[in-house]
Design a protein around this ligand. Structure first.
Ligand code: DGT
Ligand code: CA
Ligand code: CA
Ligand code: ZN
Length: 585
């Protein structure tokens, strides 16, 4: 159990104690402990044999120590489990609704014994919330709006969170005899930017008869972190994990694994179009097989490849299966040769401890070289971002010197000197031209005043794209997935000017940004704008997030030729100075 998991249980316990009307001192002790563990630099699990050290963590007393020992030994906390049993896990979903705190939830519970999102919504629609003490019509309306927001985004998870849970489940399943393959399907396999629930397919001898399947399902429900079983069938089980994510696991015989993988990978729209094509060709396509329409005899089903081939289609990578023209392209053999992680030669947006990063230039360079990159860039913040300790002109120049020196010391990787300079309210850049001119790469980004009028924001970005020092625009729409929408502006106009000026757009690979997003990237490509895929790493461990960016690039049909940081270092450096390669590679 890592610190995050421990903190998660403690936070939930505090909330549930509050709903349970326990005394505030006790509630606070759980919340404080959760905060302390979350911020603690060392893993508490490594200290299990040294209780003294655990007691040195601020806010952790003897009573809390017992809780820690229980969690680390049992993987759970009895108090937490009891409270969840009393109030049902759905209570935890309610706590995630904006503005719905433990106090209000306790109020609703004591009046109506309702503790799930749907139930509370019903009460609000029936005008039952306004009747509660300290509530009124206004609070009820606000709650309804919050419930709507919750349903729109609250039930979804970032791609990396979904992937991590899927890995854990796959690891647990592989420990069982008679399993050959475990594959994620659904939106996770398509690399969608967020996932609703996880769909996981399992095949092997253990899936082929009732007795074995029963044993396998018994094994699955022992998964650590499984909180609630939602539905259990002969070859399917659905459950909810701690944290709220729902998982559907399906057990399949090998002969229909490909058909099931195809079906459950989706998207629904892709499947509908594919099924129509199958019908026209005299087949039926189902989750069990591709079969002859008349004789009902299966003609394919073991692998996805044989299904697509039977339908006279090139294999369609999961990322493209959104019914956006991929089936026609596969029929015409014109699917793009999608970019891969291996195509990338460098990552050119990263921060160091000089501003708000955690590592030195050397540490970042070492990590980039270990990934096999041929080049990288250090691009710390500028002074407008005061809370990040952004650089002014003088410090920026000193930093360039340090970067050049580090570059001289490092074999095997070119370290470009760059900056992530703020685009100020009027579209000017936060550092002097004379300083920006010394940079190999200038990433211009909006980090403030997101609420400008759309026309003003468009002008602001147009001005940044027209600045001769700008090489690319960082995270161009500013959205934060599940938290903040993109700022409003005319992206098309900005893209058109960017194409003229040969200023690139970033695909920020960080899983809570993924900005530009898939359909915007596809539009950028259409308008002739080149892309740079970056991680925006603030720590050496962030560099591996690059694959989430590549997934989005693939969803946007991008090839190696569309992405500038697939170029060799010398050509890449030219591209950052508006000299894009003329012909496609
Ligand atoms: P999500 O979970 O909201 O992120 O999105 P998906 O795409 O994973 O959707 P999900 O989990 O409801 O279903 C997984 C796949 O299964 C979906 O992409 C296509 C297939 N599927 C599920 N239900 C249906 C259905 O009623 N009709 C068709 N044609 N396909 C379905
Ligand atoms: Ca799903
Ligand atoms: Ca599902
Ligand atoms: Zn930024």
């Amino acid at each position: 159990m890592d610190n995050k998991a421990i903190a998660g249980i403690l936070y939930e316990t505090a909330d549930l104690l509050e709903i349970d009307n326990q005394d505030s001192f006790r509630i606070r002790s759980y919340r404080n402990a959760a905060q302390a563990v979350e911020a603690y630099p060392q893993q508490v699990a490594d200290l299990i044999s040294e209780p003294k050290k655990i007691l040195e963590i601020p806010g952790i007393g003897k009573g809390m120590l017992l809780n820690f020992q229980e969690m680390l030994k049992e993987g759970a906390l009895a108090l937490h489990a009891e409270l969840l049993k009393k109030y049902r896990p759905s209570m935890l979903d309610l706590l995630k609704v904006q503005g719905l705190g433990p106090k209000t939830i306790a109020l609703i519970w004591s009046a109506y014994q309702v503790c799930d999102v749907e139930g509370v919504e019903k009460l609000a629609r029936a005008g039952k919330i306004r009747e509660l003490p300290r509530m009124g019509e206004k609070q009820e309306q606000k709650l309804l709006k919050a419930l709507e927001d919750y349903k729109r985004i609250g039930g979804r998870f970032l791609l990396d969170v979904g992937e991590k849970e899927a890995h854990k489940i796959a690891g647990h399943l592989k420990g069982f005899d008679g399993i050959d393959k475990v594959s994620p399907a659904g939106s996770l396999r398509r690399g969608r930017e967020t996932v609703g629930d996880l769909d996981i397919l399992v095949t092997g001898p253990a899936c082929c008869n009732d007795a074995e399947r029963e044993k396998l399902i018994e094994h699955i429900i022992k998964l650590p972190g499984l909180m609630e079983i939602i539905a259990r069938g002969e070859n399917k089980i659905s459950f909810r994990l701690r944290g709220g994510m729902q998982v559907d696991v399906r057990l399949l015989p090998p002969e229909s694994f490909g058909a099931a993988l195809q079906y459950f990978t989706g998207s629904k729209a892709h499947n509908v179009t594919l099924r129509q094509r199958a019908l026209k060709m005299g087949y039926t396509l189902s989750e069990y097989s591709l079969a002859d329409l008349k004789t009902e005899k299966p003609v394919a089903g073991k692998t996805e490849e044989e299904i697509y081939a039977r339908l006279n289609l090139d294999y369609i990578p999961p990322e493209l299966r959104e019914n956006q023209g991929e089936i026609d392209a596969a029929a015409a053999h014109t699917l793009p040769d999608l970019i891969t992680v291996e195509d990338l030669q460098g990552d050119v947006h990263m921060h160091t401890a000089e501003t708000d990063g955690r590592n030195t230039i050397q540490e970042m360079a070492e990590a980039a070289r270990a990934r096999g990159y041929k080049y990288m860039a250090i691009t710390d913040h500028s002074k407008n971002l005061a809370f990040a300790n952004g650089l002014d002109d003088k410090r920026a120049v000193e930093h360039i010197e340090r970067i050049r020196k580090a570059d001289g010391q490092f074999e095997g990787i070119k370290i470009f000197a760059g900056i992530e300079v703020d685009i100020l309210a009027d579209g000017s850049l936060d550092l002097s031209d004379s300083v920006l001119e010394q940079m190999d790469i200038v990433i211009a980004s909006v980090h403030s005043l997101f609420n400008q009028e759309p026309a003003e924001m468009t002008d602001r970005l147009l001005k940044a794209v027209s600045n001769p020092n700008t090489s690319l625009i960082g995270h161009p729409t500013g959205r934060m997935l599940l938290r903040r929408d993109a700022y409003a502006f005319d992206l098309d106009r900005v893209l058109k000017t960017a194409a003229q000026n040969k200023v690139a757009m970033e695909l920020n690979a960080y899983p809570d940004r993924l900005d530009l997003r898939d359909r915007h990237l596809r539009r950028a490509k259409e308008l002739g704008v080149k892309i740079v895929i970056n991680t925006d790493s603030h720590h050496t461990s962030h560099m591996e997030k690059i694959r989430f960016g590549v997934l989005q690039a693939r969803r946007a049909w991008l090839t190696k030729a569309d992405v500038l940081n697939t170029l060799h270092a010398i050509d890449f450096a030219k591209a950052m100075k508006h000299q894009w390669p003329s012909q496609t590679m």
